[in-house]
Design a protein around this ligand. Structure first.
Ligand code: UD1
Length: 453
């Protein structure tokens, strides 16, 4: 018997790191519950906007500058996508400068697309500029199946020939032409891809049942500054008259409404008092209304000035239904569950956008939350306190929701896989600490290779 096999027999459980010369490390957030968050935070530009604005830079040769850009991991990944397409990308402070060549490359590989689904947003602009593109199919992820069928059907209506080979979507079109496209669901990503293809197509394209998110309005604003002709931004019908060429511009990214909403919920969950600056409260009307119903005092400061959320008592239970904008954002669902988990009474939370968004609630249950899911509904019975435990972030928003729940849990909560949070929340730990949270980033050896039998 080898020494290895002997130790397996003796111990019954063997950590591979005991036998290997090196092993990996993982980062987690260690949160000590019980603090009220009090103070002021400033919100940067929206992740879900800036990534698409970066893709839009492919539409024009020359120098595009995006200001109010967040310093997040996803921006680093998108920069790499653009570099591999031949762009020069530099980031200084909150500004991203992209120099796009006359003929950018035509392939986004799986290595990058699997790390960040938004990489598929190069499909529309590259097809429009180069007449050919190969983008790795992203597959599903932790919040749902997330198809590409609306993107593909819309581009086909505009004259593209699209095939799927060896995990790649391959699209070709000498020049796209205008078309009328009806989306079965107001998909954000499909609206953006089709929009970026239509601006350089020959003729007029109409996208009906288009997404209306503030990030769509933002990209429409940037494309219009570049010389595109777009009518109906922010409504469910977009009309785009194709032009022959666009010019690069400097554009300011819209504030991040999801990060903004996260801080608003953090105030309510911890019975705190948080002022959020550089944010647009009108992009969050329904979420702020839910917080008011839960008993929070919400004071608005005016357009782009931000707001203050104060919660003195235990939040009341509220029912939440996610919907495309202007409905309650699906990305704020984990925060609604964290609030419901400590609210007074039962809440019904309904998810209408993604088919697996409730997956992370198993982690909430580890914190003592009483959450039962059935299809796209969850019933949450609130408790005065949750109970700290080790949990795992499964996606960006779930990770932050777990941290929020940990703030209202007795003892210590360790949230693993925090790279998810780094993807979308710039300076998260620093901002949490400035509000009084007891939270630290800790590096520990990766135990996931431990063998159990
Ligand atoms: C974007 C946001 C994400 C947000 C979501 C909904 C980014 C980087 N991500 O994701 O944070 O939660 O909008 O507001 O901006 N669908 C199809 N076929 C398609 C396209 C979509 O069935 O071709 C389905 C999806 O599976 C999902 C629903 O439509 O169930 C909405 O998806 P979509 O709006 O496209 O979300 P994303 O753009 O991927």
């Amino acid at each position: 018997m080898t020494a290895l096999a002997a130790s397996v027999v003796l111990c019954g459980r063997l950590s591979v790191r005991a036998c290997l010369p090196y092993y990996c490390a993982v980062e987690l957030f260690r949160v000590t519950g019980g603090t009220r968050l009090v103070g002021e935070v400033t919100v940067g530009g929206a992740k879900n906007s800036v990534l698409k604005l970066m893709a839009a830079a492919l539409l024009a040769e020359g120098r595009t500058v995006l200001t109010n850009a967040p310093r997040i991991l996803d921006v680093t990944i998108m920069s790499e996508v653009l570099r591999r397409l031949g762009c020069t990308v530099t980031i200084e402070g909150d500004a991203i400068t992209i120099d796009t060549p006359a003929e950018p490359g035509t392939e986004a590989d799986y290595d990058l697309v699997r790390r960040m689904r938004a990489s598929i947003n190069v499909l529309g602009p590259l097809l429009a500029r180069r007449g050919e593109v190969r983008v790795a199919h992203p597959g599903g992820d932790a919040i749902g199946s997330r198809g590409l069928d609306y993107h593909i059907a819309g581009l086909k209506r505009m004259g593209a020939d699209i095939t799927s080979e060896h995990g790649f979507v391959i699209a070709r079109a000498e020049r796209l032409h205008g078309a009328t496209i009806w989306l079965d669901f107001p998909s954000v990503g499909a609206t953006e891809n089709l929009l970026m293809a239509a601006v350089l197509a020959k003729g007029t394209t109409v996208i009906d049942n288009a997404a209306r998110e503030p990030e769509i309005v933002d990209i429409c604003a940037m494309l219009t500054e570049m010389g595109a002709r777009i009518y109906g931004a922010g409504t469910s019908t977009l009309e785009i008259e194709g032009v022959d060429a666009l010019s690069p511009v400097t554009h300011r990214t819209v504030p991040d409404r999801i990060v903004t909403g996260t801080w608003a919920f953090a105030a309510a969950i911890t019975r705190g008092d948080v002022t959020v600056r550089n944010s647009e409260p009108s992009h969050l009307e329904i979420a702020l209304d839910e917080l008011t119903t839960a008993g929070a005092d919400v004071e608005l400061f005016g357009p782009c000035e931000g707001f203050r959320v104060r919660m003195d008592d235990r939040p009341r239970a509220v029912d939440v239904v996610t919907l495309p904008y202007p409905g309650y954002a699906t990305d704020l669902l984990p925060m609604a569950i964290a609030l419901a988990a400590v609210a007074d009474g039962p809440s019904m939370i309904t998810e209408n956008v993604f088919d697996a968004r409730f997956m992370f609630t198993n982690e909430m249950v580890r914190l003592g939350a009483d959450v039962r899911t059935d299809g796209h509904h969850a019933v949450v019975r609130g408790k005065e306190w949750l109970s700290g435990a080790p949990v795992r972030a499964t996606d960006i928003r779930a990770g932050v929701g777990l941290v929020m729940a940990g703030l209202r849990a007795e003892g210590v909560t360790e949230v693993a896989d925090v790279f998810h949070i780094d993807r979308g929340y710039p300076g998260f730990i620093e901002q949490m600490r400035s509000l009084g949270a007891e939270i630290e980033r800790v590096t520990v050896p990766d135990d996931t290779m431990a063998l159990d039998f």
